[in-house]
Design a binder for this molecule. Structure first.
Ligand code: FCB
Length: 460
């Protein structure tokens, strides 16, 4: 069956990001981002692929708009390519890039689909990496300048703004473990990259308001509820550490205006955060219209160095020197990525948000949720992704039920299209629509038809 009905006023959407779908990386004045550089390095991407063409969305966006209209979504979350709009990371916007996003935004509005734009979904202009990237405070100011210009260009039509997507992932995978761009392995010394993204977020909120945008403004953080693997004292300590570095370092400053309290034994690891400028926290805690939540999976943590040093996003030599490891949660079945399928943990995440942030928690929008599976097109042209239908049914049921103390406004499925999944290249398919990366043929999967019926059924 279809499960629960979509509640009244609940926004149903799909999400994508520029670098993962657009391709055309050298077209119309775009310049390299840190991911262009990273993907060209040997051994970085699981299948050795790159995103030069990706899902060719830059050329095929009309076809993709048509798919969205057929699906019947209320809102589409996409990202503005920073390296496309402001190629060198400073100065005026690139006019042909503005024209592209104008066509996209206007096409959405003409289709009755509300545009939600993410300003930064990981494509930092490479020119800014040459001056230290997010390890440097100046990048926060560069991001604010870009946000102001984007606000001026699209602020009359974009209905929701996400400043930064998953600053935790950029810090942990990009600067601490080196499995994402820019490939730094600084471990805890990466914390300035967290602080500068948070500062960039706060400055971007100011910049968007200064540009008089009409839409709602939020940030997107990825949350994973954390459990200790056993009942040894150190298991609990390191579970708390993981909760801090994955969840609280990003949520507490934004919602409470302070960094989390660090257990005394671990305080030395957080020395970089003691050197911040005190007024930064007021900037970072700028009031938001919504809080974006990406939920994929829970995490289980054990004390002691990992045996195989794998992270959710790949093998990391750096992870081997950590004093804790992530332990597989064998009671759950897993997605193609090996991620546990745990809708109950989405409920835990919502409850934790209400408990930790109380009145300080704005309305929540689940800006991403979804699953990868090795989908194939059958001889009859169908793609039977029953596991994804089940995943979405279970997670949407939790979202529709909500949680006390949380005003939940919507759910965006990751993703509309199969796309270039960062370090996993083309090996992980998250789409409601299958993409043949040889021919760029789009084939809606069974989950697409399922979601279409769910959304359509609401109005009956
Ligand atoms: C999230 C990212 C998104 C995609 C999904 C699977 O962490 O925001 O770009 O990679 O995971």
């Amino acid at each position: 069956g279809l499960g629960a009905l979509v509640p009244a006023g609940f926004t149903m959407g799909v999400a994508t990001s520029a670098f993962q779908i657009e391709g055309a990386i050298l077209d119309d004045g775009r310049e390299p981002s840190t991911w262009d550089t990273f993907m060209a390095q040997r051994g970085r991407i699981a299948d050795g692929s790159d995103a030069a063409v990706a899902a060719d969305h830059y050329r095929r966006y009309e076809e993709d708009l048509k798919l969205m209209r057929e699906l019947g979504i209320d809102s589409y979350r996409f990202s503005l390519g920073w390296s496309r709009l402001q190629p060198g990371g400073r100065g005026t916007l690139n006019r042909s890039a503005v024209a592209f996003y104008d066509r996209l935004v206007d096409g959405l509005l003409a289709s009755g689909i509300s545009p939600m734009a993410t300003l930064f979904h990981w494509d930092t202009p490479e020119a800014l990496q040459h001056t230290g990237g997010w390890m440097k405070r100046d990048t926060a100011h560069r991001f604010a300048e870009y946000s102001f210009l984007a606000g001026e260009a699209f602020g009359d039509r974009v209905e929701s703004w996400v400043t930064i997507n998953e600053p935790a992932t950029v810090t942990l995978n990009g600067y601490a473990l080196g499995v994402h761009a820019p490939g730094a392995t600084l471990l805890f010394d990466s914390l300035p990259a967290a602080h500068h993204q948070l500062l960039g977020h706060g400055l971007a909120v100011e910049a968007l308001r200064a540009a008089s945008v009409t839409g709602a403004i939020g940030i997107t953080n990825v949350h994973s509820p954390v459990q200790p693997a056993g009942d040894r004292e150190d298991d609990a300590l390191f579970a708390e550490l993981f909760d801090i570095v994955h969840n609280r370092v990003y949520a507490d400053p934004v919602l409470l205006g302070r960094y989390p309290v660090i257990p005394e034994q671990l305080e030395h690891l957080f020395a970089p955060l003691r050197e911040i400028e005190p007024s930064d926290l007021a900037t970072i805690a700028a009031p938001l219209d919504f809080y974006g939540l990406n939920y994929y999976m829970p995490t289980r943590v054990a004390a002691g160095a990992p045996a195989d040093a794998s992270t959710p996003d790949g093998e990391s030599a750096a992870a081997r020197s950590l004093p804790f490891s992530l332990v597989p949660m064998r009671e759950y079945s897993v997605t193609g990525f090996g991620w546990p399928i745990a809708p109950d943990s989405l409920a835990v995440t919502l409850t934790e948000l209400a408990e930790r942030y109380g009145e300080a928690l704005p309305p929540v929008v689940i800006t991403e949720g979804g699953a990868s599976f090795p989908d194939v097109v059958q001889r009859d042209g169908s793609v039977d992704d029953e596991a994804r239908v089940l995943y979405l049914a279970e997670h949407l049921a939790v979202a529709f039920a909500g949680a006390p103390g949380v005003t939940l406004r919507g759910y965006f499925v990751w993703s509309l299209l199969d796309n270039w999944e960062w370090a996993a290249g083309f090996t992980q398919r998250f789409g409601l629509v299958h993409v043949d990366f040889e021919t760029q043929k789009r084939t809606p999967k069974r989950s697409f038809a399922w979601l279409q019926r769910l959304i359509g059924g609401r109005t009956l």
